[in-house]
Ligand binder design. Structure first.
Ligand code: SF4
Length: 306
């Protein structure tokens, strides 16, 4: 029997700063679609939050939204984060604005140290049907190409959905071709648009697992770092060490109007769900279970204790 070596990888505590929720895509699975009504933060608010979190000891920042790069002040706030002293500045983005090499260069000069583009299909047909923006795939791929040319560490995010799960291996091959450093497959979280369109976008997690494994194999073989989020251990046999439970650092999340200081606790106690039968599972103490909305819609039969 194959043994799986797993170890938690400690990382710096992270600030996940949502600048607002506006976006130039309108993804069918967007989890924040319901939050757009809360508006955008001001430059001053963002600067204050950066200072506060730094004073509390955080040294890693992820700018996210919505799409943070469509703000007019994005270069100003990224260079402010650098000035404050953040050591790692990640931009989570749909990647489209980076299709301008000039913009990509300005972001790097401002202080971006990590690039987190979202790509949801190996072809424009799949990706654009999910983002509902024709031409978005081409821009995102060009954006990745531009940022890689500038030598910036690139960590791609993929939301696993019904229209794209069978093409995850092809998408992994595309990531290898684009020479990215890491990719992550995250099972769709059934909130916002994903809730509204769940019959179109939410696949069965047990159907998805074999394609996720094939995609991971392609990345692993090519020497990329790979990760899986929100698929429990019982469905990822022999691939357990790639689960996000081992990687996600302690995180403070600053939304528009509220914040969560220890997101890892909220995620485990309010976001994810395990089941009565889970107490018999060897992964019980490490596993967080799926996002709770999944068993609410599809039941718990697919989750069988290891
Ligand atoms: S059976 Fe429960 S504890 Fe075990 S891996 Fe599956 S969801 Fe996690």
């Amino acid at each position: 029997m194959k043994t799986v070596e797993v170890s938690a990888q400690p990382r710096m505590e992270r600030l996940d700063l949502k600048v607002g929720y506006a976006c130039i895509n309108d993804c069918k699975f967007c989890v924040v679609a319901d939050k757009r009504k809360y508006g955008e933060k001001t430059t001053q608010q963002i600067k204050q939050e950066l200072v506060d979190s730094y004073r509390e000891g955080r040294r890693e920042i992820v700018f996210t939204g919505g799409e943070c790069t469509i703000r007019e002040d994005i270069l100003e706030i990224v260079s402010f984060a650098k000035e404050v002293g953040y050591l790692n500045i990640q931009i989570q983005t749909n990647g489209r604005t980076f299709s301008s090499f000039d913009f990509a260069k300005k972001m790097v000069l401002a202080g971006m140290t990590e690039f987190g583009p979202a790509l949801h299909g190996p072809t424009a047909e799949i990706h654009d049907s999910l983002t509902r923006r024709p031409g978005s795939w081409r821009q995102t791929v060009l954006g990745i190409h531009n940022v890689k040319k500038l030598g910036i560490r690139t960590l791609a995010n993929v939301v696993i959905t019904k229209p794209n799960y069978k093409s995850l291996p092809e998408l992994a091959s595309l990531f290898v071709k684009l020479k990215i450093d890491q990719f992550q497959f995250a099972f769709v979280h059934i909130l916002g648009n994903a809730r509204q369109y769940y019959t179109e976008v939410v696949p069965r997690v047990s159907a998805v697992a074999p394609y996720v494994k094939k995609g991971l194999d392609i990345g692993i073989k090519a020497g990329l770092r790979v990760m899986v989020e929100a698929i429990p251990f019982c469905l990822m046999k022999d691939y357990e060490k790639y689960l996000s439970e081992f990687f996600i650092p302690p995180t403070q999340v600053k939304e528009v109007g509220w914040q969560i200081d220890k997101f890892e606790e909220t995620r485990k106690t309010q976001g994810k769900k395990k089941f009565l039968t889970c107490v018999n599972c060897k992964w019980y103490s490490l596993c967080e279970g799926p996002w709770k909305e999944y068993p609410e819609l599809f039941g718990e039969k697919e989750f069988k204790p290891a």
